[in-house]
Design a protein around this ligand. Structure first.
Ligand code: GMT
Length: 373
């Protein structure tokens, strides 16, 4: 197949999913044309079967808000025709699904099939804003195929947008060879001494991630045992989190690394991964941690319950239950046997349910179905 792929290239799990999906589809013999304003993260070096088309937006004094969506729709239409695409697969509904609809209309009667993958905040936060609600609902209804990364997100979409169409659940996936304890560079000694445990968190530090809870939880952990907290990523909550760590007197135990590329080189030495989000439609970083044999402590809301098995591959607690999460973390960190056993079960679950080679064919089958309709 010849597939056009659009995503937010720079931040967030949806861009990671799109680029990993594109790369795997190319390895399976398809031609994948990325259409975005920048080369997607984790895109890596040139690979056979992958093409990149940059969307450029002209600046002009009249444009207080440069019309990126129109430039993207025009580029989608252009690439569809020039590269004779079979379908456009857009990640994150806003504005990508609406742009794809417009591109399809621009090239009538040829048209193009459009598959939209919903990732989470496009439904639960942005799409729920009154200014975006109707256009999100419209774009979902007008897509030829719609997938969601968890059953939770599928249900939320139906409830919040009253859509009547089918939504296929295809979970996120992980390359368990790349994400393993045997990473190429695993320099634990740079972060902790042998007697210290390592707690880790990775995100874009948005309010929804509740990273102050990570710091609060860790403060309780260090009251009980020697440990370090490694915070990976950046965003608006970073400064408040750094301040909180200092106020709690644990500033010297917490390392803020900022944005990092090779996440697997960090996860490979974590003892516990913490994701206390207000809501996660899936929690891709938790899955990547599981693949590296790291037990996950997360919230029992949203899609994380479909990823983490409570009591087996980690623990889930109510949103904001910092004390409870700290208790779970201590129970894992104090007992290396338990940590290892949970870590092994976490990796086993990642391999059996979420391995790239198992999940990507489900997208291929879905594409074929949409193209056949
Ligand atoms: O988490 C974010 O803020 C970024 C967002 C995105 O669109 O990149 O992540 C969402 O998509 C990921 C990939 O499908 C999911 O793993 C995340 O759970 C989801 N985030 C939320 O639902 C908050």
């Amino acid at each position: 197949m010849r597939i056009g792929m659009t995503c937010y290239p720079t931040y967030g799990g949806s861009g990671v999913v799109a680029s990993e999906l594109g790369k795997e589809l190319a390895r399976r013999g398809h031609l994948v044309h990325f259409i975005a304003y920048a080369s997607p993260q984790r895109f890596g070096r040139f690979e056979e079967g992958i093409f990149f088309h940059e969307v450029e937006v002209m600046s002009y004094p009249l444009f207080r808000y440069p019309p990126y969506s129109l430039a993207l729709a025009a580029k989608m239409a252009e690439v569809t025709q020039l590269s004779d695409l079979d379908l456009l697969h857009v990640h994150y509904a806003i504005p990508h699904a609406a742009c794809a609809y417009l591109a399809r209309k621009m090239i009538e009667p040829r048209g193009i099939k459009v598959v939209t993958t919903l990732h989470g905040t496009d439904i639960t936060l942005v799409g729920n804003d009154p200014s975006f609600h109707e256009i999100t609902r419209f774009s979902i209804e007008k897509s030829d195929g719609v997938t969601a990364v968890s059953d939770y997100l599928r249900r939320e979409t139906i409830t919040q947008f009253h859509v009547e169409r089918d939504i296929e659940v295809i979970p996120n996936f992980v390359d368990t060879v790349q994400f393993s304890r045997q990473a190429r560079r695993c320099e634990r000694e740079m972060f902790a001494s042998p007697d210290e445990r390592v707690v880790m968190h990775i995100s874009n530090f948005r309010p929804v991630k509740r990273i102050l809870d990570v710091v609060g939880m860790f403060a309780r952990v260090v009251e009980r045992l020697p440990a370090r907290l490694v915070m990976v990523g950046d965003g608006p909550e970073r400064v408040p989190a750094e301040r909180k760590a200092r106020e709690l007197g644990i500033g010297d135990r917490v390392r803020f690394l900022g944005m990092q590329d090779s996440i697997e080189d960090l996860l490979c030495f974590a003892d516990v991964y913490v994701l206390p989000s207000d809501q996660e439609s899936f929690g891709l970083s938790a899955l990547e941690a599981m693949s590296c044999e790291v037990p996950v402590i997360g919230t029992d809301k949203g899609g994380l319950v479909e990823v983490v098995t409570h009591g087996e591959t980690g623990y889930l607690a109510p949103v904001g239950a910092v004390e409870e999460m700290a208790g779970y973390a201590i129970s894992i960190l104090e007992d290396t046997g338990k940590r290892d056993e949970m870590g092994k079960k976490a990796r086993q679950r990642a391999k059996e349910v979420f391995e790239t080679k198992l999940v990507v064919p489900r997208y291929e089958t879905y594409y074929e179905r949409v193209l056949g309709e």
